[in-house]
Structure formats: structure tokens, C-alpha cells
Design a protein around this ligand. Structure first.
Ligand code: F6P
Length: 350
């Protein structure tokens, strides 16, 4: 068979492990020919394609990013975009396509499958861990490890200067990165997009923590809402209608300082938490996903997305995964809240 693979949306450590597994499984197990579309859906619209050989899989297991590059192009927002995707699949005689991405990339795959019966399977990817129908996406483990490392470093400097430090992390709609990274990195207060926060309560609680420990650490997800508003970098929207978030860490730090008089500074991890080598966990998860994606194609199970359930790799229909995001597990969050802002009984506004 002739298989093509593309990687779309924000890049993420572990993408190269998926690509490597697809190349090796396709060529060695099935005798397939493998091709890569460059820049996600953009490459499939503009026919930016290249053959992938075993040599391309060499040494990429430890590299972050994606050797196929990525973009946030949406074929349904480009004139004749979906038509061009189909024409190019035909032109290159591609028998099946593997789309590796999050809600947006998989959403397009789902539409192409439903509208035109494109033989497609998806592999779930996002550092935000907010894709439904899978227990975890690869990239998330690497990202929380980076957040944890950053918090370890912030602890030592915060303690040396008796400061309050605020760390802004990614997480547009879901607080997985903030909660898991913050839990691992010993944060004193965590602000997530799923729960409105009361800045007076945050300030009081942080002040109490500073009295007890001499310093305090706050983690805030970029999508957490300040006074009910998203804090934006600018007004620009991408092809999937997403605004650019950023700046809430500064706003929270300024408010804490104004309300308590305590010196408070903010740092933003930004794209650092998306770059660099994948953890061993993400390398293995990406590899297992890639192997299963090729098997799905040979079993002619199109319109499916590979999925982790418990410790098993299985598959679900792509439709199950898109449409509703997987936000932070409420029970888990309630359980870990004892560590965050617990010096005064939490009273988040709902
Ligand atoms: O891919 C998910 C993500 O990392 C989000 O956490 C973040 O909001 C967004 O991508 C940033 O995307 P970009 O790099 O395109 O600005």
C-alpha cells in the first residue's frame, strides 16, 4: 500500500516517534511505501509531499518537533481546500492517510472521512491533554516534566528572595498542564480555565502561605480567566478560530502585589514547554500509537483514532474524540486541592 502521514497543529514532543513507528511498521511489516505531507493539511492542499524511507527514521527517536513540520491550516477555510486534498491523494496514488493531531487536525480528518470517505486514521496529539476518547496524548508527559523542572528552579530563587513567584503555563481550555505540573512541582496555588477564581481569595491565601513558608509559588494556566475575561496577546485568530492567549501570569502577579504589598514576579514558560526531547514515556506512547495506526489501515478500519485506555492501545471512532474537549477531571482536582490554596478554605466562584 501507499501510505501518507501528516502532522498538524502545535508541535509536540513524540511526533517523530509516531513518524518513525509508521515508517518502520509500514515498510518492514507490510512492505508499504510511505510518504509524508509537509506542514500538515497545508502540504496536502499544496501537494508538498516527500517519500519517507528507513533512513528518515534513523536517529529521530530522541528529537522533539516534527521532521514533517506543522501548520494550523484548515482545508475547510481555504478555497477548494478539501477538493485539493482529494485531488492530491489521487494524484499521488495514496491508499490511506494518517493524520496526527489534536482536536482541530482530527476534526478535519473526521469531516474528510464523513464527507468524501477519505481512507483516514488519526493519532491523538497535544501537550494540553484535552483530546477526548483517549486517556492521554503524547507530549503531555514531556510538558509536565518541563513545568515541574521550572517550578523546582522557581522554588530555590523564590525562597532566596522571600518572593511570590507566578508561573504561566499553556492550557487553553483545560487545566491538565497546570494541575499535574503544579502538583509535581509543589505549587501553593493553581488557577485553571475550568474554574473561575476569586483574586481576593488567591491573594489572602498566598499571603498566608508566605507567612508560613517565607515565599509562595502560583501556577496559572494561560486560559484561566481574570475577572471573567480571557487575557489575550493580540486580537488575531488562527484558521480554527483560536485567539492567542498570554499575559495572565503578569495580571495575576500585579494583582497579588497590589492587594498584599508583597513583591510578586511572573514568568511565562511559553514554547519552552513544547520543545526539546520527548520523555521516555512519550517516546513509547508515540511509538505504540504509530504501530497501531498502520495496523488499523491494513485492517481497513478507517475513520478511527488510536487511543490509550488504561495501559492498552485500542481505537475509537474519530467522531468520539472531536467536538467535546476533555477538561480536567473534577474528582482528581478536588482531591489534590488540599495542596493548593488550602491555608484558607477554598471558595472558588462557580
Ligand atoms: O498545541 C496546543 C498549544 O500548545 C496550546 O497549549 C497553546 O494555547 C497553543 O498551542 C499555542 O499555539 P501557537 O504556538 O500556535 O501559538
Amino acid at each position: 500500500m501507499k501510505l501518507a502521514i501528516l502532522t498538524g497543529g502545535g508541535d509536540c514532543p513524540g511526533l517523530n516517534n509516531v513518524i518513525r513507528a509508521v515508517i518502520i511498521q509500514g515498510i518492514k511489516k507490510y512492505g508499504d511505501e510511505i510518504f509524508g505531507y509537509l506542514y500538515g493539511w497545508k502540504g496536502s492542499i499544496n501537494n508538498l509531499i516527500k517519500p519517507l524511507t528507513l533512513a528518515d527514521a534513523e536517529g529521530i527517536f530522541s528529537q522533539g518537533g516534527t521532521i514533517l513540520k506543522s501548520s494550523r491550516t484548515n482545508p475547510y477555510k481555504v478555497e477548494d481546500g478539501s477538493k485539493k486534498v482529494l485531488e492530491n491523494l489521487k494524484l499521488n496514488k495514496i491508499d490511506a492517510l494518517i493524520a496526527v493531531g489534536g482536536e482541530d487536525t482530527c476534526g478535519v480528518a473526521d469531516k474528510l472521512y464523513k464527507d468524501f470517505k477519505v481512507p483516514i486514521v488519526c493519532v491523538p496529539k497535544t501537550i494540553d491533554n484535552d483530546l477526548s476518547a483517549t486517556d492521554q496524548t503524547f507530549g503531555f508527559d514531556t510538558s509536565i516534566s518541563i513545568i515541574c523542572d521550572a517550578l523546582d528552579r522557581l522554588h530555590t530563587t523564590a525562597r532566596s528572595h522571600d518572593r511570590v513567584l507566578v508561573l504561566e503555563v499553556m492550557g487553553r481550555h483545560a487545566g491538565w498542564l497546570a494541575a499535574m505540573g503544579g502538583l509535581a512541582g509543589g505549587a501553593d496555588y493553581i488557577l485553571i480555565p475550568e474554574e473561575k477564581f476569586d483574586i481576593d481569595h488567591v491573594a489572602k491565601s498566598v499571603a498566608k502561605r508566605k507567612q508560613e513558608a517565607g515565599y509562595a509559588i502560583v501556577v496559572v494556566a494561560e486560559g484561566a480567566k481574570f475577572a471573567n475575561e480571557e487575557v489575550l496577546k493580540d486580537q488575531e485568530k488562527d484558521a480554527f478560530g483560536h485567539v492567542k492567549l498570554g499575559g495572565i501570569g503578569d495580571r495575576v502577579a500585579k494583582a497579588i502585589e497590589a492587594k498584599t504589598g508583597m513583591e510578586t514576579r511572573a514568568s511565562s514558560l511559553g514554547h519552552i514547554q513544547r520543545g526539546g526531547s520527548p520523555t521516555a514515556y512519550d517516546r513509547v506512547l508515540g511509538t505504540r500509537y504509530g504501530l497501531h495506526a498502520v495496523d488499523l489501515i491494513h485492517d481497513k478500519k478507517f475513520g478511527r483514532m488510536v487511543s490509550l485506555q488504561g495501559n492498552k492501545i485500542t481505537d475509537v471512532s474519530v467522531s468520539e474524540a472531536v467536538g467535546t474537549l476533555k477538561t480536567l477531571d473534577k474528582n482528581f482536582y478536588e482531591q489534590i486541592k488540599i495542596f493548593f490554596g488550602d491555608t484558607i478554605k477554598a471558595k472558588a466562584k462557580v
